[in-house]
Design a protein around this ligand. Structure first.
Ligand SMILES: NC(=O)c1ccc[n+]([C@@H]2O[C@H](COP(=O)([O-])OP(=O)(O)OC[C@H]3O[C@@H](n4cnc5c(N)ncnc54)[C@H](O)[C@@H]3O)[C@@H](O)[C@H]2O)c1
Length: 338
């Protein structure tokens, strides 16, 4: 790490949970537009510093995502950095209580939601213990429930803008990751006439994907000739090497932090691959959560705001084309003006 690098966020709190012993980092990147929001990631990291770095990176992306979506919030993120060997499931309630305590200590400057390794049920507990500063509790407990449907809807709006409205029919689309968002995207694309090919590290999902009408592959989808690649697994998928070999014309998906480094966006631009950054495409879930739980919007108003991701996509792509910028730079510049 470059020790002279300046700190771009507002605050980074790292605590060792008094009950679980797990290092919990909460990064607040910005509260300029309103309280910082961002999910709670519970995952193994080589060290707590890697977890804190991830929290900082992801919180900055949340600031851009909220601004582009026109939400009165800034970016934040929680990372509970588990040891490599994971954690005894019996200790999980202790960890959730520690996370709630870390969030409560921030006095409302930051609110969380589910992310990799955390669930709506965890949010219910954090909501109870941390003054209500958690989104996406189960609907049966007064929350807005899972954000996957809204996230998938937003990705589809971005994808349709990227390929021009109405032209999904007949396209060859690869979906990398058949989890809760990936499978909803597959279903919708198949309904709209796309030829969908799917991969997932979990081979057990193959029969489910095939029942949906998707073709299963074990090939590296990044290198396949596709009209559209949908990254719907974990982040860091696109490296300089994989971007140089990418066979898709358009990349758009929900996975957070899809590029492993900023220069990847340049490689994609120079090769004529259109990448719709995740900060644009994956905002549907957060729009739904805050829209329903804090902003007093009904389902129709929330859906209209999610569908407007298509317009934001058009603005980002137009600005990138006009200035010959990467799409991620165009997204950040538009967010700064929002
Ligand atoms: N759920 C949401 O509302 C939401 C909102 C914004 C962003 N995201 C992001 O979208 C992505 C997908 O979210 P999700 O809720 O569907 O997650 P999920 O955990 O339900 O699904 C992820 C899937 O990816 C698979 N996978 C993991 N690594 C893989 C690899 N290397 N190759 C192929 N498959 C792999 C997993 O087996 C799993 O089936 C994540 O990056 C998440 O952070 C999700």
């Amino acid at each position: 790490m470059n020790r002279t690098e300046s700190f771009a966020g507002e605050a980074l709190q790292v605590v060792r949970g008094s009950r679980s012993g797990v290092a919990i980092a909460v990064a607040i990147h910005s509260t300029a537009r309103g309280p910082a929001i961002g999910g709670c990631r519970i995952k193994a990291y080589p060290s707590w510093r890697d977890g804190a770095d991830d929290a900082l990176r992801l919180s900055a992306a949340m600031t851009t995502k909220c601004a582009l979506a026109g939400l009165p919030y800034g970016g934040g993120k929680t990372v509970a950095a588990l040891p490599a060997e994971g954690m005894d499931p019996a200790r999980r309630p202790d960890l959730i209580a520690d996370i709630a305590e870390a969030i409560a200590a921030l006095g409302g400057r930051y609110r969380t939601g589910p992310d990799i390794g955390s669930t709506s049920e965890d949010m219910a507990e954090i909501h109870r213990l941390a003054h209500g500063w958690a989104f996406c509790r189960p609907e049966s407990q007064g929350g807005s429930g899972t954000s996957s449907v809204a996230t998938a809807r937003g990705v589809l709006a971005a994808l349709e803008a990227g390929v021009a409205p109405g032209s999904v029919d007949g396209l060859r689309i690869g979906v990398l990751g058949f989890g809760s968002v990936g499978r909803l995207i597959c279903e919708a694309l198949i309904e709209r006439g796309a030829k969908v090919v799917v991969t997932d590290v979990d081979e057990g999902l193959r029969p489910v994907a095939e029942r949906h009408g998707a073709a299963w592959t074990t090939a590296d989808l990044v290198r396949e000739q596709l009209d559209v690649l949908v990254p719907a697994a974990t982040g860091g998928l696109l490296t300089v090497e994989s971007a140089a070999a990418c066979g898709a014309s358009l990349i758009v998906g929900p996975a957070n932090n899809q590029i492993a480094a900023e220069e990847v966006a340049t490689v994609l631009r120079d090769r004529g691959v259109t990448w719709i950054p995740d900060v644009v495409a994956s905002a549907g879930g957060i729009i739904h959560a805050v829209g329903r739980e804090e902003l007093g919007m009904d389902e129709a108003a929330v859906n209209a705001k999610i569908d407007a991701i298509g317009d934001t996509t058009n603005s980002v792509l137009a600005l990138a084309r006009e200035r010959e910028w990467t799409t991620v730079r165009a997204a950040r510049e538009l967010a700064a003006l929002a």
